[in-house]
Design a protein around this ligand. Sequence first.
Ligand code: AHR
Length: 477
Amino acid sequence: MKIDLKANNTNGKVTEMIYGQFIEHILNCIEGGVYDPDSPLADAEGIRTDVLEKAKELNPPILRFPGGTVMCQYHWEDGIGPKSERIKRKNLIWGGELDLSFGTAEFVSFCRRIGAEPMICVNMVSGTPEEAANWVEYCNGTGQSYYAQLRRSHGYEEPFNVKYWCIGNESYAEPDLGVHHDVSLYVRDALEFIKFMKLTDRSIKTILVGCDKPEWNKAVLDALHPFCDYLSLHHYSAENGKGLYGPFEGEKALIQMIEEAADLIDTYPDTIENFNPWYRFPARSGKVKIALDEWNIWNFAPDETYGLLAEYNWRDAVWVASAMNDIVRHPAVAIANMAQLVNVIAPIVTTKDGSYYQTIAYPFLLYRKHMIGDRMEVEVPSVCLDTKEAGQIEALSCSAVRKADGTLCIAVVNRDFSQPYTIGIGTGKGTMTTLTASSPYDQCDAAHCCVQEETAAVSLDEITLAPGSVNLILCAE
Ligand code: AHR
């Protein structure tokens, strides 16, 4: 079969901000992952140097912290000042203890070392608007006020300049400690948080809780759209007992959620005229955008680790590439954070002696390097894959950008593990990098990487996509 794939009009910019990551105080993501002072691999700050190097290579431009659901019980003042004085708390959400040695300053320092913007999620459940505003002042204050001075007394003369602030997390989901599952309560409290926080620093950007329920998103935006820079969406695809093709079926929900939120956002004005003069901070400028600030595959299990210590196979990496195509393709998605960076549903896994990349890291690295630029509208004709377990899914997934140097980059994923496809995208020559593995069930471990990467010259009129492969084609035109 020969498929013509056409990359035509441009539709906005794909920025690096869609290649963000997330770390939470959850199992061994931070404690024993990023931060492990007892490890021989740790540096003077307690950061695992092997993790640091891999995080630098993944190069997320934005990193979210400290949760996630653990935000419900996170009081930021537990995580500042001399480490010897920091307490531990019981981790009410994820079990074990919440070691607060890796707090705000350590997070910001880690962000600086890997070149990421910090993105902080505030506690809207057991915290108060004032506590959140004090956190903003501790991070960004430049004057002589108490929390700015407190930061200085901890040795940080310069402000941390944290720009991105999430106003709660998954409030709709009614987790153990949730109080905002009724949207009217979320709206009421979020407004107070935003006021306190924006009056502390007028320049911060707010990310409000959205979800796959259009009525929730409408209630949030109706009440708060002038204060909403980004609407947060979260998505986890899962196998759900549907075997090889389960996550691909789940991806339909991701696309639908993004499209519905984007359509809703289009009904609100791009800029806010005649902003209420009683508010002494500016309204949003520019369109509300989507922050897909948690996404990945998560096969939830009712065990003590909730299935979070996932071992990803090659099928999962093929899904991750498809999800990145969905993200690249949609102009409303301005920020995205893969959840999470280390050990917990993560591209990086640590062992006592070192660390390794799971399969899902490889498409991430490839896209992070190339898929940034002018978004090109690209169509791949429908090739229906009739799967026994998950019904009908599309065999091919694609996205395209034109990089700043003019190179056209087309990412095409063949999600059919049983056969190759041949596509044509024009004339002339290009190069193609292909990621594959010998079986969809292959996994990486500390001793071996199952992902094969090959770059070769290709004729653009006839390109063969191997079964179950992630392909990135670069051409001058
Ligand atoms: O990433 C794991 C958890 O998934 C996060 O804590 C929560 O926000 C989401 O439900």
